[in-house]
Design a protein around this ligand. Structure first.
Ligand code: LIP
Length: 267
C-alpha cells in the first residue's frame, strides 16, 4: 500500500503535469469548435466529444505513469485500485461554459486513498488547471496549496460581509429549493458569484478571491481537487447529507464556513 509521507508531492507534480497537458488539449479543441456527444441526467447535462477525448488523455497518462492506481472519471467511470491510490477526475469542469465558449472551465485531477467514496477518502494531491487563464492551482497534503509558486491562504476576515459563490444543478426542479437557500445565505453575504465551475470556485476560495462557496449536488470529481486546495490553504470543507439526497458542500475560512453551514443546515 502507498506510503503517503513521501508520495503526496510526487502525486501533485504528476497531477499538475497531466492537468496542464489536458487543459491545453481542451483549449485547442474549443478553438476549432465543440460538438455535443450526448446528454446525461437531463437535456441540460451535456458531454462534448472534447470531454471524452480529454478524459482519455488523462486516463492513458495515469495508466502509463502509475499502473494499478484506481480511477473515477466523470465520463469513463471507475477502475479498481491495487495500489491504494485512486484518481478522481473531471476532464472539463464547467462543461456548459466550455460548450458556450465562456472561459471559466478547468481540468480537475485529484489523487485519494481510501477508495472513491468522498465520505471515506483522504485526498493526497490535487491540481486544477484553467487553461484560458493559464492558472494552475495545486496542493499536496501537508505541503500547502499553490498557484504556480505563490502559496495560497483563505480569507479569514469579512467585515463587509462574505463574497460567496454557488451553483445550481442540471435539473430545473431543484432550482427553486436552491434559490431559497441562496436567499437565506445572502443575509451574511456582501455579494454572490456563480462561475459555473466548482473546481475554479474552490480554487478561488483557496486563493482568497472568494470568502466561501456552497453548492448542493456536486459530483465527487467536481470537488475532489478543489476541496484539498481549500484545506491546504487553511480553510474548512464540509459535505452534509440533505433530505433531497443532494449533499451540500460548504467551503471557506473557518468563520465563513461555520456561518454558512449553520444556515444551510437549517434548510
Ligand atoms: C459543474 C459544476 C458546477 C455546477 C454545475 C456542474 P460539470 O460540473 O462544476 O459548479 O454548478 O451544475 O455540475 O458538469 O461542468 O463537470
Amino acid at each position: 500500500m502507498i506510503d503517503v509521507t513521501g508520495a503526496a508531492q510526487q502525486l501533485r507534480e504528476l497531477a499538475a503535469d497531466i492537468a496542464r497537458e489536458a487543459g491545453d488539449l481542451a483549449r485547442r479543441r474549443r478553438a476549432v469548435g465543440v460538438s455535443l456527444a450526448a446528454t446525461k441526467s437531463t437535456v441540460a447535462d451535456i458531454v462534448t466529444e472534447a470531454d471524452r477525448e480529454v478524459e482519455r488523455l488523462i486516463r492513458d497518462r495515469l495508466n502509463a505513469e502509475r499502473p494499478g492506481d484506481g480511477f473515477l472519471g466523470e465520463e469513463s467511470g471507475a477502475g479498481e485500485s491495487s495500489t491504494g491510490v485512486t484518481w478522481v477526475v473531471d476532464p472539463i469542469d464547467g462543461t456548459v461554459n466550455y460548450a458556450y465558449g465562456m472561459p471559466a472551465y478547468s481540468v480537475s485531477i485529484a489523487a485519494v486513498t481510501g477508495g472513491d467514496d468522498p465520505a471515506h477518502w483522504q485526498a493526497l494531491a490535487g491540481a486544477v488547471y484553467a487553461p484560458v487563464f493559464d492558472e494552475l492551482f495545486t496542493a499536496a497534503r501537508g505541503e500547502g496549496a499553490w498557484l504556480g509558486a505563490i502559496r495560497l491562504a483563505v480569507n479569514e476576515e469579512t467585515p463587509a460581509g462574505a463574497l460567496l459563490a454557488t451553483g445550481f444543478g442540471y435539473d430545473p426542479a431543484t432550482h427553486d429549493g436552491d434559490l431559497a437557500t441562496v436567499r437565506e445565505v445572502m443575509t451574511m453575504a456582501r455579494d454572490l458569484r456563480r462561475g459555473g465551475s466548482a473546481a475554479i470556485d474552490l480554487s478561488y476560495v483557496a486563493a482568497g478571491r472568494l470568502d466561501g462557496y456552497f453548492e448542493r449536488g456536486l459530483q465527487p470529481w467536481d470537488f475532489a481537487a478543489g476541496a484539498l486546495l481549500v484545506q491546504e490553504a487553511g480553510g474548512v470543507v464540509s459535505r452534509f447529507e440533505t433530505a433531497s439526497a443532494r449533499p451540500m458542500l460548504v467551503a471557506g475560512g473557518a468563520g465563513v464556513h461555520d456561518r454558512v453551514s449553520a444556515i444551510v443546515n437549517n434548510k
